[in-house]
Design a protein around this ligand. Structure first.
Ligand SMILES: CC(C)(COP(=O)(O)OP(=O)(O)OC[C@H]1O[C@@H](n2cnc3c(N)ncnc32)[C@H](O)[C@@H]1OP(=O)(O)O)[C@@H](O)C(=O)NCCC(=O)NCCS
Length: 192
């Protein structure tokens, strides 16, 4: 089942598999303070076994054709995770989520990884809409859909409860009709 997709010469996506669990958990531990500020699952992730359980659910999701989660690898090391929330087939839409290690922020790796998943959503799954939701205060995350040409569609007030309180979430959407434009910023040729 394993697959790899190159996103750059020194970076690729690898389908998350159970043997990645301890490496990913080490990354979560090293980045816990900044991740827990924005991601609700961090509080309940207390061991590599919790990550293994997440990976099992992701693989089941992939087997149901509801999208996948991948580790982002940079210079031969895992540095983050990107994936689909389960695809909403009734409405032909999907939502993306991501995080990356502090040491490799600012290189455009997540933006490039999003392009690969957008390509998969539109060209392979034939979905109509891809969505990204980010907390209003999470400027680095909000910059990603903006950079990729998503439209800002609105803000959901107090839509996510974290340990430090409710977060307002910005909703960004991209439609296949917009992405079909060859000049669209999220459109890239994915080489296999
Ligand atoms: C949100 C998060 C993934 C953003 O990471 P990031 O490194 O800023 O995102 P990218 O990999 O797309 O990199 C973009 C940055 O690289 C720069 N960059 C360099 N080369 C680039 C390239 N080829 N393409 C795009 N951007 C590039 C951009 O200018 C930008 O830098 P800036 O922030 O100084 O403007 C990261 O901050 C994170 O993991 N945060 C904690 C968890 C989190 O909030 N997850 C999201 C919840 S909604």
């Amino acid at each position: 089942m394993a697959f790899r997709i190159a996103i750059r010469e020194d970076a690729e996506l690898r389908l998350l598999e159970e043997h990645h669990a301890s490496g990913i958990y080490r990354l979560v531990e090293a980045n816990r303070a900044r991740l827990r500020r924005w991601l609700p699952w961090v509080e309940t992730t207390r061991s590599a076994e919790d990550i293994r359980e997440f990976i099992r659910r992701s693989l089941e999701q992939f087997a149901r054709n509801e999208g996948y989660s991948a580790a982002i690898w940079f210079q031969d090391k895992p540095v983050g995770v990107i994936g689909f929330h389960p695809v909403d087939w009734s409405n032909k839409k999907a939502e993306l989520g991501y995080w990356i290690s502090a040491g490799v922020e600012g290189k455009g790796l997540v933006t490039d990884a999003c392009r690969v998943l957008i390509h998969y959503a539109f060209d392979e799954l034939k979905l109509n809409r891809v969505e990204i939701r980010c907390a209003t205060g999470n400027a680095k995350s909000c910059a990603i859909p903006t950079r990729l040409g998503f439209q800002f569609e609105g803000m959901l007030r107090q839509a996510q409860l974290l340990w430090h309180g409710y977060l307002d979430l910005n909703v960004y959407g991209l439609l296949v009709s917009e992405w079909a434009d060859p000049k669209h910023p999220s459109r890239v040729q994915v080489l296999r």
